[in-house]
Design a protein around this ligand. Structure first.
Ligand SMILES: Nc1ncnc2c1ncn2[C@@H]1O[C@H](COP(=O)(O)OP(=O)(O)OP(=O)(O)O)[C@@H](O)[C@H]1O
Ligand SMILES: [Mg+2]
Length: 493
């Protein structure tokens, strides 16, 4: 269990020192400390969640037994014929009112009759599966339903009707799930998007939506999707990973958690940077747990995923234009409006467009303690992405000026990554300390050091401090977070 740093409240806390470069950074220059030899022990690697049914597979997880494939194809055929019958016989208007139990009874009676009429004999297991599949088809999202219910699945990726991949424990694997044909897949997509009042067709071939359970959904249909519709679902997990769980999974260690607690509590502006599916949103969520309950937080997202535990949270979600191309509310619009809502902190789910200007301005003008995520592969890369985004907005700002803007707005960049073995790690925590000439100055405080590759391709390594004391040490101290110098030197807490 991660023991949170016990903040020492001072009777009269001095005013918060300035966050602009030359403030703290100058008062507290980076002091190299001699690293002790005893580095903190590498935490255990993230345990791969147990798979429900171990199937025969090649090591790449892409092998499906041809016999099993044949059986499933036959069941799919039967299911589709029965489904057609069902739609003809079932009283669809009564569907909403019927309980699951009643519906199952009805579905099972109609399918038994159908099987008899078609002259098909199924064993008990197959028959039960066909009935369950039909239930999923009628009440849920058809073939996707079992995957949505499977708690070990993080992502569902559909490449046309015949290929469905899932991500489990950080690794992609092919499943036996198939749709009958493209029409079947399109019907399921249509069911999802019409439920949220959107549509998808040739004229607007892609759509973002949120499933009833909160999962993030994106679909693209032909002709833009060349070989059949593409669907990506990021499953919603009710229980967000906590700081404790992330430490336990080996995402970072206790010293880093203590540092991050101080950084969030003392209102540093933080950017979580990482690749796709690397755990940015998860990290942002976990970091937000360090925010005090008394603060007013406003969150801005394209698809609302963040679940903050605080009492005082205003959540906003952007909106795409309607069929006539009107009514769009962008993240930038929301951000501008948020500034009039007296937020103590602003959290933007992901910065990817012209909202970057307003976000940096907000960070610079009294909404310190704001956080966001960005798609980038290193701290330097994250800064370059910010520069690019500023340039793309069309605001004519000389490079040096946009760098100065970034350097004074951003205090900390947390880099995370999904490694080859599927584990998600915090690769580095880097402070932005100011500008020197045209160059943004940064110092890495913690990093993940690889030591080798272990059994089953597991990446071995440990989290180490880089031997530099935080440039915000003085600020931490003034806010009551007098962190032991040891955490910057690899000693025990
Ligand atoms: N350290 C971790 N250990 C195990 N699983 C994790 C870890 N971090 C995140 N996950 C899981 O990985 C999945 C992806 O995480 P998340 O949504 O945070 O990624 P992301 O970087 O925000 O993705 P995107 O780029 O698509 O927005 C989630 O299902 C989450 O539960
Ligand atoms: Mg995300």
């Amino acid at each position: 269990m991660f023991r949170r740093f016990d903040k020492k409240d001072k009777p009269a806390a001095p005013p918060a020192p300035s966050l602009v470069p030359g403030g703290d950074a100058a008062a507290q220059p980076a002091t190299p400390l001699k690293a002790k030899t005893a580095a903190p022990e590498a935490p255990p690697l993230a345990p791969a969640p147990a798979k429900p049914k171990p199937e025969k597979k090649k090591s790449n997880g892409l092998y499906i037994d041809p016999k099993e494939e044949k059986r499933l194809a036959r069941l799919l055929d039967i299911r589709m014929s029965l489904h057609k019958r069902l739609l003809e016989t079932l009283n669809l208007s009564a569907l909403d009112r019927a309980s699951d139990e009643e519906l199952r009874r009805e579905v099972s009676a109609i399918s038994r009759e159908g099987l008899r009429e078609m002259g098909i004999v199924l064993n008990a297991v197959d028959q039960e599966q066909v009935i369950q599949d039909l239930m999923d088809e009628v009440t849920g999202l058809g073939p996707l339903e079992p995957l949505l219910k499977d708690p070990t699945v993080n992502d569902i990726l559909v490449n046309g009707s015949q290929q469905v991949f899932v991500e489990r424990g950080g690794k992609l694997e092919l499943t036996t799930v198939k749709f009958k044909d493209e029409r079947h897949l399109l019907r399921v997509i249509d069911k999802i998007v019409s439920a949220v009042g959107r549509r998808v067709d040739e004229s607007s071939p892609y759509v973002d939506a949120r499933l009833a359970d909160g999962s993030r959904f994106n679909a693209m249909v032909p002709p833009c999707a060349v070989d059949g519709s593409l669907v990506s679902i990021r499953k919603f997990t009710k229980e967000k990973l906590s700081i404790d769980q992330l430490i336990e999974f080996g995402a970072f260690n206790e010293a880093m958690a203590t540092y991050l607690q101080a950084a969030v509590s003392t209102r540093l502006n933080i950017i979580v940077s990482g690749g796709t599916g690397s755990g940015k949103t998860t990290t942002l969520n976990a970091l937000s747990s360090f925010i005090d309950d008394s603060e007013r937080i406003v969150t801005i997202e394209d698809t609302a995923e963040l679940q903050l535990q605080q009492v005082h949270v205003g959540r906003m979600e952007s909106r795409p234009p309607n069929v006539e191309g009107k009514g769009e509310v962008s993240q930038r619009d929301l951000l501008r409006n948020a500034l009039r809502m007296r937020p103590d902190r602003i959290i933007v789910g992901e910065t990817r467009g012209d909202e970057v200007i307003d976000m940096l301005q907000a960070m610079n003008t009294g909404h310190d303690g704001s956080m966001t995520t960005i798609h980038a592969n290193s701290a330097r890369d994250a800064v370059a992405r910010l520069e690019n985004m500023i340039a793309m907005t069309g605001v004519e700002l000389p490079l040096k000026a946009s760098r100065a803007q970034i350097a004074s707005a951003v205090n900390l960049i947390v880099q995370i990554s999904r490694l080859q073995d599927g584990s998600r790690r915090m690769l580095s925590i880097t402070e932005v300390t100011g500008m020197e000439g045209d160059i943004i100055q940064m110092q890495e405080i913690f990093k993940f050091q690889r030591t080798g590759i272990g059994e089953g391709g597991k990446i071995e390594g440990k989290f180490v401090p880089c031997g530099l004391r935080s440039a915000y040490t003085e600020r931490f101290k003034q806010w009551g977070y007098d962190l032991p110098a040891d955490i910057y030197a690899g000693g025990d807490l």
